[in-house]
Design a protein around this ligand. Structure first.
Ligand SMILES: Cc1ncc(COP(=O)(O)O)c(C=O)c1O
Length: 382
């Protein structure tokens, strides 16, 4: 805890430390909250703001379980599956038959593509969005229709619905959306589902659920389900729970739909370490609240820093921010890379936007230091 703060001040130099304590808003927060050392730095010391991870890693209780679970690395994990499924079911007040878990929520997306797509079927997705579903849809020979987001960066649900014809398929909803960090209103999603032709399923990807907060626009389809066989909701342990490297995601659907997905999973595809760690993580609601708070504070500070530089990011409901640089994104990404700051990849067609994951206060400071070296011209009043 102390070492992290000490490093932060060291990077500023001793003389700057007092000034930073006075002006840098995180000084207050750092005093109030126990900071574990950030675990994002790789062997080359890069600041990793490119994959929307939790920069603090799993909280202490979960770490303790991870450490002790390694001792049973010689065992196949299947005996953990029943308690894990029950735990997730209890957590969401659903039946265990409704829960399917996989190697990251990416596996859930993959099995949904295998179950509901194929030659002659159609994936309808927003654009830009998280690309995994597009990838799997192409892999199984489905047609992919990408529908541009609206001016407010919501899914254009009417346009998406207008493509839902032919022999059926899958609609992919990413809410909040990656990479734009934006929300699509709950009510509009309900309307989409109520009008959907019988031959279409909907996968609602809630990977960033915890960061969406109390917005009146947002309500999880797990917390407040709609009674429809065709709705699948996915979540992940990679974001708020800080376990992207351990790989666990899950979905909630009706028992019949869950069964269709389950038959396509890799057998024993979820490892025994994350199975145990996830159960501990679900018990630790205090850490979830702490991470949400840290993220909200870091996000607010990001917007403050952006405003001071006349930059106006898209309103963020996640642990990352997207903003228009008015310059080719690949050039900006490369310039950051040269300074050892990794930011998100290109997201066509938003070719001048960059996506920045929210890291620790120290990492965000490194981001803005690198930004300031670029001397980008921003249009007035954009
Ligand atoms: C929207 C969205 N869905 C799913 C995933 C996949 O996450 P994982 O496979 O780690 O659960 C990601 C990863 O960044 C994501 O952004």
């Amino acid at each position: 805890m102390l070492s992290s703060r000490r490093n932060f001040f060291r990077t500023l130099g001793v003389g700057a430390a007092t000034t930073a304590a006075a002006h840098w808003p995180f000084a207050e927060f750092a005093r109030a909250t126990p900071f574990e050392p950030a675990r994002t730095q790789d062997a080359h010391g890069a600041v990793r703001l490119n994959s929307n991870e939790n920069p603090y890693g799993p909280p202490p209780q979960t770490m303790a379980v991870i450490r002790s679970a390694i001792a049973s690395a010689n065992r196949y994990p299947f005996m953990d599956y029943e308690p894990l499924g029950q735990k997730i079911a209890d957590f969401h007040h659903v039946k265990p038959e409704q829960v399917v878990f996989g190697c990251g929520s990416s596996e859930i997306l993959r099995v949904a593509a295998f179950a509901f797509l194929g030659p002659g079927k159609r994936l309808i997705q927003p654009s830009p969005t998280f690309e995994a579903m597009d990838h799997y849809a192409h892999g199984v020979g489905a047609e992919v229709i990408s529908v541009p987001l609206t001016k407010t960066f919501a899914h254009d649900l009417e346009a998406m619905l207008s493509h839902a014809d032919g022999s059926g398929g899958l609609i992919y909803i990413c809410n909040p959306n990656n990479p734009t960090a934006s929300l699509t209103p709950r009510q509009h999603l309900e309307t989409l589902i109520s009008k959907l032709p019988a031959s279409y399923y909907v996968l609602i990807d809630e990977a960033y659920h915890h960061f969406a907060g109390e917005s009146g626009m947002y309500k999880s389809f797990i917390d407040q389900p709609v009674p429809d066989e065709r709705v699948i909701v996915s979540r992940t342990f990679s974001k708020i729970y800080g376990m992207a490297g351990l790989r666990l995601g899950y979905s909630i659907a009706t028992p019949a739909t869950a069964k269709r997905l389950e038959t396509l999973l890799t057998s024993d595809g979820v490892n025994g370490i994350v199975s145990k760690a996830a159960m501990a993580a679900l018990d630790d609601s205090d850490s979830v609240r702490l991470f949400v708070k840290r993220n909200a504070d870091t996000r607010q500070e990001f917007f403050n820093q952006a405003t001071a530089r006349m930059v106006k990011p898209i309103d963020s409901h996640t642990n990352f921010v997207m903003m228009n640089t008015y310059h080719p994104a690949e050039e900006i990404i490369e310039k950051f890379h040269k300074q050892n700051v990794l930011i998100g990849r290109r997201f066509p067609p938003m070719d001048t936007y960059i996506r920045v994951s929210l890291g620790t206060p120290e990492e965000m400071k490194a981001f803005w230091q690198a930004w300031d070296t670029l001397h980008l011209d921003m249009p007035m009043g954009h």
